[in-house]
Design a protein around this ligand. Structure first.
Ligand code: TYD
Ligand code: MG
Length: 463
């Protein structure tokens, strides 16, 4: 019989387990991240002691599986329902993560109020804030009179018992890190606590059929604390994104068992809560300055919809030995890569310049189809020469400088057309679309020439 180990220490950063305490995690090499985990029960029962008569589990064929009618609970917040894949599924668990102050509690309370008004029984576990604070927020949202059951409790089991007692069909736990499970020796919000709390919540939600929403803080690394533990347990994981100081919020589904992943909901934070933004492109393009250099527009596909966004770049002479490269909404490695391709393949070097690149509205660019627009924004910034504002760009850029085709080109172009971009620089072979004039460019150098014209007489020496 195989020996069973009972891991009793777990890394809070990556989830690695060790039977002994060690100062440094062997997987992610972080120091002081190991914490005591709940010892797994020894499940190996010797064959001789196994009960003789085990009731066999029921079996089914597809034909026998009864399809449920659509029982989703609509939150009544269009962009939230979109990200959820149409609404909350009874018995499922959704985790909403994001930086403190981004609007998690606001969205939960707005959803709670709408659901309660529509007849759902909503229990709101406020583990983090006092009922007075929640009431003040509700007043701000105009939801003070909503028939919501508040449960000010941090003991998870008591809170769930109270929610069950109140006959909740929807339970909101704000936040999961504030809750603790009795009998565990570890700190509240630590991985052992989170793992156990998550497991209890899942079985509770399934057994009671309660649609459960959790909020979770994000660590400095941008992940929900104890991410592996929770992400695998819950049915859907949504992350809030948004530029610091900005009012636009993007709620992105990174996992969804009941809907499309990578679907996004776009909101605007207003004086009285989050407002759903239907025309996302217009919101992301708002405030763009046609005269500024370093700005380029493209269309990304977020979940099921195309969204037009603006990439902004700035390049200024650097006084540092190694000039700075700063990006937000864009991987720094992508910025480095595109700067390298620009230098080598288009003769545009930012060698002695500090370079900053951002994406409008705080959206995180993941779509490689935005490469060409990022490169064009960088080229325009390096040359301090604005791009023609009626031209958008689409294309993935290869290390060779080749402009590669992008998926869903027709939908992206149609969206750009709707936003008033009647010309677009595209990869060769892109099928025509009504209302947008396509300007094919085979490589980055050609694309930059088309977007910016010929270089000024005295170009800077290469790196
Ligand atoms: P909150 O939902 O408490 O964030 P989280 O739960 O993610 O930490 O939102 C806090 C911020 O939102 C705070 O800075 C105030 C702002 N806010 C508004 O601008 N309008 C509103 O109607 C509300 C309720 C909050
Ligand atoms: Mg909160």
């Amino acid at each position: 019989m195989a020996r069973t180990t009972t891991p009793s220490y777990r890394c809070s950063a990556c989830g690695w387990e060790s039977p002994r305490f060690v100062g440094r995690c062997a997987r992610c090499q972080e120091w002081n991240t190991l914490e005591q985990a709940l010892a797994a029960p020894n499940r190996a029962v010797p064959a001789a002691r196994r009960p003789a008569a085990v009731a066999p589990a029921p079996t089914l064929t597809f034909a026998e599986v009864v399809e449920d009618a659509d029982t989703r609970l609509r939150t009544g917040i269009p962009e939230f329902d979109r990200v959820l894949g149409g609404g909350l599924v009874p018995g499922s668990i959704v985790l909403a993560g994001g930086d403190p102050g981004i609007g998690k509690s606001t969205l939960m309370l707005q959803a709670a109020a709408r659901l309660a008004a529509a007849g759902a029984r909503v229990a709101y576990v406020c583990g983090e804030e006092s009922p007075r604070q929640v009431k003040m927020r509700a007043a701000r949202l105009g939801a003070e009179s909503a028939p919501i059951t508040l449960i000010p409790e941090t003991n998870l089991d008591s809170a769930l018992a109270a929610a069950e007692g109140a006959g909740a069909t929807v339970a909101i736990v704000d936040s999961i890190q504030a809750m603790y499970v009795e009998g565990l020796e570890t700190r509240t919000g630590g991985p052992a606590q989170l793992g156990e709390a998550g497991a209890r919540l899942v079985s509770w939600a399934k057994s009671t059929g309660t649609a459960t929403l959790l909020t979770g803080h994000v660590t400095k690394g941008g992940e929900i604390a104890g991410p592996r533990l929770l992400e695998h347990l819950v049915d859907a994981v949504l992350y809030f994104e948004g530029a610091e100081g900005g009012t636009l919020r993007v709620l992105r589904a990174v996992k969804n068992r009941f809907g499309a992943t990578d679907e996004v909901g776009v909101f605007e934070m207003t004086g009285d809560g989050l407002r759903s933004v239907e025309n996302a492109s217009a919101a992301f393009l708002e405030g763009a300055d046609p005269e500024a250099s370093g700005c380029a527009v493209t269309a990304v596909i977020e979940g099921t919809r195309p969204i037009a966004v603006e990439v902004q770049a700035l390049a200024v002479p650097s006084y540092l030995a190694s000039p700075r490269r700063v990006s937000s909404g864009l991987e720094t490695s992508r910025l480095h890569l595109l700067l390298a391709v620009l230098a080598r393949r288009a003769g545009l070097s930012a060698g002695q310049m500090d370079v900053v690149a951002t994406v409008s509205g705080g959206l995180r660019l993941r779509d490689p189809a935005a490469d060409l627009a990022v490169a064009a924004a960088l080229a325009s910034a390096i040359r301090d020469q604005p791009l023609d504002r009626s031209v958008a760009l689409l294309g993935e850029v290869a290390l060779s400088g080749a402009v590669r085709p992008v998926p869903n080109a027709a939908r992206r172009l149609a969206e750009l057309g709707r936003q008033g971009f009647d010309r677009c620089i595209v990869p060769p072979g892109t099928p025509p679309v009504e209302g947008v004039t396509l300007i094919p460019a085979a490589n980055l150098k050609a694309a930059i020439r088309l977007a910016l014209g010929a270089p000024k007489p005295a170009p800077e020496p290469a790196e």
